[in-house]
Design a protein around this ligand. Structure first.
Ligand SMILES: [Zn+2]
Ligand SMILES: [Zn+2]
Length: 150
């Protein structure tokens, strides 16, 4: 008496594992690790760090006040431009805001690196004390504990 061999489950219904089949057309979000003065680490998006905001039909570098084509390559190129990096240095994060990472763009407007948004100077306090900003800041802190640079 032979026991029938266990039937091999047929693979018909199993779809290919989703993880690798999506060889991403969109590159993963790039992040930047920032170490603050008190050694606290925050991980923010590279766009956020560089002051590049996604608009409806373009990217905008709020530091250079330059429009960039809605194209990841153009965006990456902009981040490496010497002129951008020079401008970038002119807008350090304000010390008074510590971990909130705010850049003063001009008299009337600031830029929040954490949230990747422009904020009018008049509303800056309200912004950094607001719930949305606090959540973003928390996320940036959590990301820092799990993020591993490639
Ligand atoms: Zn720029
Ligand atoms: Zn913010």
């Amino acid at each position: 008496m032979s026991v029938p061999a266990l039937r091999q489950p047929k693979r018909s219904k199993k779809t290919t594992p989703p993880k690798k089949s999506i060889t991403c057309r969109k590159p993963e979000k790039e992040y930047v690790i920032l170490t603050l003065k008190d050694d606290k680490k925050l991980v923010v998006t590279s766009d956020g760090y560089h002051g590049i905001i996604k608009m409806e039909s373009m990217y905008l570098c709020v530091l250079c006040e330059t429009e960039i084509d809605l194209d990841d390559k153009c965006k990456a190129e902009h981040k490496n431009l010497e002129s951008h990096l020079k401008t970038f240095e002119k807008f350090p994060h304000l010390e008074g805001f510590v971990e909130n990472l705010v850049r003063q763009l001009n008299k009337n407007s600031c830029y929040c690196t954490i949230c990747n948004v422009m904020v009018s100077t008049n509303f800056l306090m309200r912004h950094v004390e607001g719930e949305a900003h606090k959540q973003e800041l928390e996320r940036a802190g959590i990301r820092a504990s799990v993020y591993k640079p490639k």
